[in-house]
Design a protein around this ligand. Structure first.
Ligand SMILES: [Zn+2]
Length: 396
């Protein structure tokens, strides 16, 4: 073989260079194209992301209005509403919310009711502080929580007294806040109410008092409305139930000996049930009857000082209770006042170890009184009168 000449070598090298250049150029072109495609894809992706980024915040910017009680914002709003209501009514007891704070040691502590009462009273008198107080509650530093069903505000790094500028609660503060309105918490007194008689009397005998040889029917059947035909046990129950509602509204706890006519409880048993219930006094509701149809009016019954079954102290209390009730009853109803009738023959008084009275509301044998006692208006007047008498008994 012949060696290639110098010229041919040069041509070959040039050819190779051209090919390489062509390939390189093509490669660059191709790469550029690919890169452009990639850039376009990236751009499209970025645009998509940007779109999504716009959509996403729009969804969260408009939260749906909620009344979810676990929502802290809702809880906070409710608590502020409660505080406003308490300030308005001057009554801290209507708050089911609880105010708490972090102490200097960083521990969560609750304000006492006296603390809150003092602050609310102060706020009531100082409108400017009140606004500041509400703003403070709305502030971020207030954390809302719930524990065993009680909502509370946690005041961080603050103190209610500091916030409102109040000093230690004065003696008068508590009195002013606590006394004005009876609350469901009650006044601490318990009243037993016995609606006299029952659907069927029980003529079995029982001693009229502890250790008595004298006996009486366990329960008599009572009288009947001469004009209305309504039975005494029904009238007694109707009024007793209304008296229960009235007394509860005034903050008394009430124990009912019976709430239906279909019972069989003797008078001695009623007296003992009343005492066992932990009641302070017993009110026995009855209506009267007389052969003389013109007789009308109300009376109460109490033991006399000669009563052998009761202590003098108890007799005095029964008489005082009877007097308070007949006075208030007749003031409320305008009924003819027949006063306090003293008797030692009543099993339901003799067996009773708490102060008791029998209220004879009116005569069912008197046409006018019988008719009047069946009206809702007069029943309410009677109930108001008895309740007023009970209030006065405890007040004096
Ligand atoms: Zn009776």
């Amino acid at each position: 073989m012949k060696k290639p000449s110098g010229t041919r070598v040069n041509i070959m090298i040039m050819g190779i260079v051209v090919v390489v250049l062509a390939l390189g150029f093509a490669a660059i072109l191709g790469y550029g194209k690919a890169r452009k495609q990639m850039e376009q894809m990236q751009q499209a992706q970025q645009e998509q992301e940007a779109k999504e980024a716009q959509i996403t915040p729009m969804q969260t910017v408009t939260p749906e209005p909620t009344d979810d009680p676990t929502d802290p914002a809702v809880q906070k709003k409710n608590l502020i509403t409660e505080i406003k209501k308490a300030v308005e009514h001057n009554d801290v007891k209507i708050m089911t919310a609880d105010l708490r704070y972090t102490s200097q040691e960083g521990q969560v502590e609750a304000y006492t009711q006296e603390d809150v009462a003092a602050v609310l009273l102060h706020l009531k008198k100082n409108e400017k502080d009140y606004q500041a107080f509400v703003e403070k509650l709305q502030d971020e530093s207030v954390i809302v929580g719930e524990e065993e069903g009680i909502q509370y505000l946690l005041l961080t790094d603050s103190n209610l007294r500091k916030m409102t500028g109040t000093e230690e609660p004065a003696e008068t503060v508590e009195a002013e806040i606590v006394t004005p309105t009876p609350t469901p918490e009650g006044n601490g007194r318990k009243i037993a109410i016995d609606a006299g008689h029952q659907a069927h009397g029980n003529s079995e005998q029982e001693p009229i008092g502890p250790g008595a040889s004298q006996t009486k029917a366990k329960v008599a059947s009572g009288t009947t409305g001469r004009t209305t035909g309504v039975t005494e046990y029904q009238l007694n129950l109707d009024v007793a139930l209304k008296l229960r509602d009235e007394l509860e509204a005034r903050g008394y706890e009430v124990y009912m000996i019976r709430e239906t006519n279909d019972v069989d409880i003797s008078n001695a048993e009623r007296a003992q049930l009343a005492a066992e219930s932990g009641s302070d006094i017993l009110i026995r509701i009855h209506a009267n009857g007389s052969d003389n149809t013109s007789v009308a009016g109300a009376l109460t019954m109490a033991p006399s000082t000669a009563n052998p079954y009761l202590s003098q102290e108890m007799i005095a209390e029964c008489q005082k209770l009877s007097q308070c009730i007949i006075t208030a009853f007749c003031a409320s109803t305008g009924a003819n006042n027949q006063g306090v009738y003293q008797t030692d023959e009543m099993s339901g008084l003799n067996w009773c170890s708490i102060p008791a009275t029998i209220v004879e509301m009116g005569y069912m044998t008197n046409q006018e009184e019988d008719t009047r006692m069946q009206t809702a208006d007069y029943q309410q007047q009677m109930v108001t009168g008895i309740a007023d008498g009970i209030d006065q008994y405890f007040a004096s």
